[in-house]
Design a protein around this ligand. Sequence first.
Ligand SMILES: Cc1ncc(COP(=O)(O)O)c(C=O)c1O
Length: 431
Amino acid sequence: MLNYLNSDPEILEVAKLEIGRLQNNLELIASENFVSLAVLSATGSVLTNKYAEGYPGKRYYGGCEYVDMAEELARERAKKIFKAEYANVQPHSGSQANMGVFMALLNPGDTILGLSLDHGGHLTHGSPVNFSGQIYRAVGYPLNKETQTLDYNIIEDLAVKEKPKLIIAGASAYSREWDYKKFREIADRVGAFLVCDMSHPAGLIAKGLLNSPLDYCDVVTSTTHKTLRGPRGGMILIGKDKENPLGIKTLKGDRLKLMSEIFDSMIMPGIQGGPLMHVIMAKAVAFGEVLDDSFDAYAKQVIKNAKQLSNKLSEYEFKIISGGTDNHLMLLDLSNKNISGKKAEKALEIAGITVNKNMIPFDTKSPFVTSGIRIGTPAVTTRGMKENEMDVIAGLINKAVENNENEDILNSVKKDVNELCSKFPLYKELL
Ligand SMILES: Cc1ncc(COP(=O)(O)O)c(C=O)c1O
């Protein structure tokens, strides 16, 4: 497949180096994954050529009959996976999906309530350096200081005090389950829209391994490239209005139609132009893979691996925020290890282990230094690694962190990492 890059040796070299990096390192960044060759082929397909502003059957350009089929398949498969009534698969990214939803439901200056960035929330949930914190009045809910978990009393008190027009559930670095029913009750008490950004655990929710936000939220956003294992991108979903246990906000009939039209027109022409049809086709391929039974085993193994890694790291006296994990990631508090997140990230990188520094709840260090690191299992699970490998990885992380200033030891860990990785080949078909 890389043959086609022979015409550009400089770029061919870059592509080969990146494949080598992926092959020889342990990818533990919680938001990353390795797509299948089918998803990769679709992303690199001729659909990249097509302008298709609009939606299937209603385009501003001719020649859209086949890209329409790709987008229809992506929408239908997304709806089937999540038992949704509506899907928009055009957002170029998770951030665009969130921007589309906020712009559709809010006016500038309205109040939004989301998990604080330093407690695991995402930039687009109200950070002052992001549109969400600049256009809207953003209030953050913290985690409970003792349990380091969501505290619905704190969230409710803040909601009553701040009267948000929109409450957002979901996070980038939170390892526990979400109670969307409680969020719904709080949102209804204050008359707020309830949105969930399920970007991180979407692939696990897809297989019923975690609660589904679609049962309770007015609208749900997601990226498609994390646990869902698709191409980089975003989407917007609205759930079925099943017999809503709380008897609120029907999404049947006119309301669903209205919401669909509002979101469709906010994504295009509101905030985007031509959709990335090659990426939309790759989303369809990835969703097809999620619908396949084999994805059940994958998603279950992602969680098993995360639990195993978290237990094993605890044995090495790493403090796991909230005491463990229910999903695909964990946040380590390194304060007892006398090392910052920044330094640990660097030492692990030298040792061939890729993680990211991350703030921990009530962190006293800046976001550029941090007291923690975030670790996730989606990518190594895609390579076929299981619990035994998680035990080995925990030992390697411990050795690298404990000897973070000793280059010889870090290099010896790297050798062990390379050896482990060689047993789980990746993208060898491409070379
Ligand atoms: C919860 C959450 N929402 C949104 C995003 C943004 O996605 P993107 O990078 O595709 O804009 C991320 C990315 O990490 C995320 O973790």
